[in-house]
Design a protein around this ligand. Structure first.
Ligand code: SAM
Length: 233
């Protein structure tokens, strides 16, 4: 298995345009050609998307709300958001991911009443503009905390009202599981995963004047994600 090291953005881009694209497209899809671990990750990830939609809708209708989905992958969140009436800008560092998200959106968003998300190939660090809401799911796992701090600060600068982030929590238990996983790397275990402690994420948010308002934890057998919703202090 190849290893993506150092949190290098170029390596991450290359991975998600090639092997990573194939692997994650399958996990995020609905075909049967996944193994038990991938099926479990698919389930965990779908729960994260579901919880995010619930957090977002908690504050009222999404009709006309502008949302930036940073690191949109194959559009798992951007597409249901568009169905809710949100005005979505979905971007990803990987051109392959963006093309797949756009293809799926065209297939799934057939009603003329629904406005298509705007799809852009861009790393989140180069995004600009202002959105009511910024969401970034399962992206920080590819970057160490020293890079993640800057990414969190930049994402917060794009948001007027709220920022929703998910990350793999650095807890003793998960650390242990990860270490065990590293002893037995499977053939599809292709990226290096960086864990983040909730305190570190909270500190990064506080530094730029944001506080956590809601927290969630999504776990299945092989998928762990902490979900936080932050708002300006
Ligand atoms: N957010 C999507 C979801 O939850 O369905 C996709 C999650 S996938 C594990 C991680 C995604 O982040 C990949 O599509 C990858 O190309 C993208 N990504 C990684 N680093 C990025 C960066 N610096 N800027 C934007 N996207 C990035």
């Amino acid at each position: 298995a190849e290893v993506v090291g150092g949190g290098d953005k170029e390596v991450v881009r290359e991975y998600f345009n090639n092997t990573g694209f194939q692997r994650w497209k399958k996990i995020y899809g609905d075909t049967d050609d996944v193994n038990r671990v991938q099926m479990d990750i698919r389930l965990g990830h779908s729960k994260t998307v579901e919880s995010t939609l619930m957090m977002l809708k908690d504050e009222g209708s999404l009709e006309g709300v502008t949302v930036c989905d940073a690191g949109c992958g194959t559009g798992s969140l951007a597409i249901p958001l568009a169905k809710e009436g949100a005005v979505v800008c979905a971007s990803d560092i990987s051109a392959a991911m963006v093309a797949e998200a756009e293809k799926q959106a065209k297939e799934q968003l057939v009603s003329p009443a629904v406005s298509m998300p705007k799809f852009v190939v861009k790393d989140l660090e180069s995004l600009d503009g202002k959105y009511d809401t910024v969401v970034c799911l399962d992206v920080l796992i590819h970057y160490p905390q020293n890079k993640a701090d800057g990414m969190i600060a930049h994402l917060a600068s794009l948001a007027n009202n709220r920022l929703i982030l998910s990350f793999a929590p650095k807890t003793f238990y998960y650390d242990l599981l990860k270490r065990i996983g590293e002893l037995f790397p499977g053939p599809s275990k292709a990226t290096r995963a960086y864990l983040h402690s909730e305190a570190d994420v909270e500190r990064a948010l506080q530094k730029v004047g944001w506080k956590i308002r809601k927290r969630g934890l999504i776990t299945t057998q092989f998928y762990f994600a902490k979900l936080v919703e932050a708002v300006p202090m």
